[in-house]
Design a protein around this ligand. Structure first.
Ligand SMILES: [Mn+2]
Length: 333
């Protein structure tokens, strides 16, 4: 797969790197690391993200390479710029959000580089996907490190490390493979400071976020003999706390702190009235199966879906579906 990716990158000079809307540490880390590699190859990479680079990831962009997508301004002619377009950390073009129409109108060959468990990607000339990889940054490292040699430039090493800790929750999740630990060990030997990366990536909360989490945790309720902990956030909660959607990051897994909880869930009423469902499983329960019922998906232990409102109706459907899945999967153990 990586040989095919190298072939895809061999020919073009101007290469546009993008990731999903509301980018995370893996998407940004992988884009930056790949941009370093492409510069090493003498190419002209460009990174454009939507809506912008999140504050807690700003320190990774040492060179100021990342551009916030601006349809009316700097990026009116973006479709004409690239000779190849790579979508990183996602394998569905619509996840580009507002950049999606530009993606559809470009003449450049388009590909995705991803590690998520999905059906065969559609809408690309080429696809580079490996669901056994923990993070997109892992794929970039596997591609670039042998060809560049070690040590990597420090900003690149930090970008890959950020990818790894972003997608493993600082090596807490079940996807923390021996391989990513070995990779992390090498990156630390190359100079990455784990405590500094952790603090910059994870310890960046705002008072409004803690207030929102307080509300969510206070109202969390348990079903299925304590095996399912569900939280519900309405727009009025967001407003009362002065919170933004970013403040919901990682909230979903908080109920798993309880010994009895096997599945943690968050229902979030979005601005458009649609209900966003996130589910996390400790180990035994397949929450991907639940989210697929609602047209969503992800991984077995971490999945999401969007449901139609109203909230109460969505809530009832989710409760029933999770309880049924608990029945299926827990009776097996
Ligand atoms: Mn990822």
């Amino acid at each position: 797969m990586l040989e095919r990716l190298q072939l895809f990158l061999d020919q073009p000079s101007r290469i546009l790197l993008t990731t999903h809307e509301n980018p995370d540490g893996d998407g940004i880390g992988a884009c930056l690391a790949l941009a370093h590699y492409l510069k090493f190859l003498g190419k002209v990479p460009r990174i454009v993200v939507s809506p912008s680079l999140p504050d807690n990831l700003r320190w990774l962009d040492v060179e100021g390479w990342i551009e916030a997508f601006d349809m009316e301004g700097a990026h009116v002619d973006l479709a004409q710029w690239p000779e190849a377009w790579l979508l990183i950390d996602a394998s569905e073009p619509h996840r580009l959000g507002p950049m999606h129409p530009v993606f559809e109108s470009t003449q450049a060959p388009r590909a995705c580089l991803d590690h998520h468990l999905k059906d065969a990607p559609q809408g690309f000339e080429e696809e580079f996907t490996d669901p056994t990889a923990t993070a997109s940054g892992e794929l970039v490292y596997d591609l670039a490190a042998p060809r560049m040699g070690l040590p990597l430039p420090m900003p690149m090493a930090e970008a890959v490390y950020a990818s790894l800790i972003a997608d493993t929750g600082n090596f807490r999740f079940s996807n923390s493979t021996g391989k990513v630990h070995r990779m992390a060990a090498s990156l630390i030997e190359q100079g990455v400071q784990p405590a500094r990366s952790y603090q910059r990536l994870f310890l960046q909360d705002t008072p409004s976020k803690l207030k929102l989490w307080g509300r969510a945790l206070e109202r969390m309720y348990l079903l299925g003999n304590g095996a399912f902990g569900l939280m519900v956030i309405r727009q009025e909660d967001m407003a009362a706390c002065g919170a933004t959607q970013d403040d919901l990051d990682e909230l979903v897994q908080q109920p798993t702190r309880l010994a009895s909880v096997e599945v943690a869930g968050l229902l979030y009423e979005a601005w458009d009235g649609r209900i966003k469902l996130s589910l996390r499983s400790k180990e035994a329960v397949d929450v991907n199966a639940v989210c697929r019922l609602f047209g969503g998906g992800g991984h077995r232990l971490a999945s999401g879906a969007k449901l139609d409102g109203p909230l109460e109706a969505a809530q009832a459907r989710v409760e029933a579906a999770v309880l049924a899945q608990l029945e299926r999967d827990l009776s097996r153990v």
